[in-house]
Design a protein around this ligand. Structure first.
Ligand code: SUG
Length: 417
């Protein structure tokens, strides 16, 4: 077994972060539609979370925001300027939703794949138009950050509902240690009634083939319709995993596969944490991480601290010895759009040699952290309303900010063919 560590790559929240109510089935996005956002606060909250993990000794990478507004898509639709575009399109092309990089791609570590390389498949995100415009730029960023012979970059799956793919938000991995061959769990949506399922079984099956995970290395699980209809639009709103530990809600799946039984499986009962509270607190959207000293800790949304049921469930996980500590973190600006701590990050398990190959300017160290804080303070507004999206100055501010970030991270931002 090669020694490997798990790095997180987090999406830096972009300067146009706003609440447009674009995600039907995502309760928080619906509830906060057209309320006032604070992009500066949003970006700083996300960045502080990254710094907190880096300070715990967890390797941390930064993924730049996508260029917004998205002029490329505007032009593809035959519009010359945003002044001509209908309000709905304006909201979609200004969305900072690429910040939730748990939806950027599915990643399989080299310990699991048939060819011993790290595999990436960018998610096509076809279920929501404002997210379907992300894969092209996501693919460019991933190829730039993870460059060279250790990494295999697949194309996003065909853009059709039969292959609807939302990336790592519907993917988990169990292994005795990060560098050991793991069992990858792919979760897809079944026949829900109220809200749409966002991951198709055929998409998960295609990724299993592409990443060379056939046979014992992959498991498929079907989400329960009850969970989807309660607002569980992604698996990472109802389950979490790390190393040998799998924590799921009793109502997460139609059936749980026996092949998870070799690992430690904790089931949270509905009577202890009703689905409604799981969704409102984002209990399961916590980051479960292994510290360099081997202890497992949780980075949980601060909403859990104020909810008696969620807090009691964490206290139980500590009392039973599954985790050593829970750190509550404020990512409220992201939470209001349905994105908790785990939504903001993509996990990438890397061996030492693979780590060496990663684009070095993307690693978060103290210098980059300070530079990004200054960059945010300089360019971001602290208040954004739906009406502000019509303000041409915002588009210019956003472009200026990203141009400067591009030289800070040495990653070209924008569409490049
Ligand atoms: O796709 N929200 C995102 C939240 C994604 C959360 N990710 C994970 N669970 N991994 C979504 O629904 C809302 C945008 C708006 O309404 O303005 C939004 O896109």
């Amino acid at each position: 077994m090669a020694i490997a560590t798990e790095a997180n790559i987090d999406g830096l929240v972009g300067p146009t972060h706003n609440y447009a109510g674009l995600s039907y089935g995502n309760v928080a996005s619906q509830v906060h539609a057209l309320t006032i956002s604070n992009p500066r606060q949003a970006a700083l909250q996300g960045l502080r979370k990254m710094k907190f993990l880096a300070d715990l000794g967890i390797p941390q990478l930064v993924m730049p925001p996508h260029p917004r507004p998205d002029f490329t898509t505007l032009k593809r639709l035959g519009f010359e300027t945003f002044a001509d575009a209908p309000a709905e399109l304006l909201h979609q092309l200004y969305s900072a939703s690429a910040m939730w990089v748990a939806n950027a791609a599915t990643v399989s570590p080299s310990a699991d794949t048939a060819d011993g390389k790290v595999h990436f498949t960018p998610a096509n995100l076809i279920s929501k138009f404002h997210r379907a415009i992300e894969p092209e730029v996501t693919a460019q960023y991933l190829k730039h950050i993870f460059k060279g012979g250790h990494f295999v970059h697949h194309d996003p799956l065909p853009a059709h509902s039969a292959f609807a793919d939302e990336g790592a938000a519907n993917h988990m991995r169990l292994s005795s240690a990060h560098g050991e061959r793991g069992t990858e769990i792919f979760v897809y949506g079944g026949a829900s009634q109220k809200y749409p399922a966002r991951q198709s079984r055929q998409a998960s099956e295609a990724i299993i083939r592409l990443h060379g995970l056939e046979g014992a290395r992959a498991i498929l699980l079907e989400q329960s319709a009850e969970a989807i209809d309660a607002g569980v639009f992604h698996n990472d709103v109802i389950a979490m995993s790390n190393g040998p530990l799998l924590i799921t809600h009793e109502k997460a799946y139609r059936n749980i596969d026996e092949r998870t039984s070799g690992f430690t499986s904790v089931v949270i009962r509905n009577k202890d944490l009703p689905l409604k509270d799981a969704v409102s607190t984002y209990f399961f959207n916590s980051q479960l991480i292994t510290l360099p000293n081997g202890l497992m800790v949780v980075i949980a949304p601060s909403e859990c601290e104020g909810n008696a049921a969620a807090k009691a469930c964490f206290d139980r996980l500590i009392a039973e010895g599954h985790v050593a500590k829970v750190h509550y973190m404020d990512v409220r600006e992201s939470m209001k759009n349905g994105g908790g701590p785990a939504c903001l990050r993509l996990r990438v398990v890397l061996t030492e040699a693979e780590r060496e190959a990663v684009h070095k300017e993307a690693w978060l160290n103290d210098t980059l952290y300070q530079a990004l804080c200054r960059w945010i303070e300089k360019h971001y507004r602290d208040k954004l309303t739906a009406d502000d999206l019509r303000d041409g100055a915002l588009a210019e501010e956003s472009q200026r900010a990203l141009a400067e970030l591009s030289s800070l991270l040495k990653i070209p931002v924008g569409h490049h063919s």
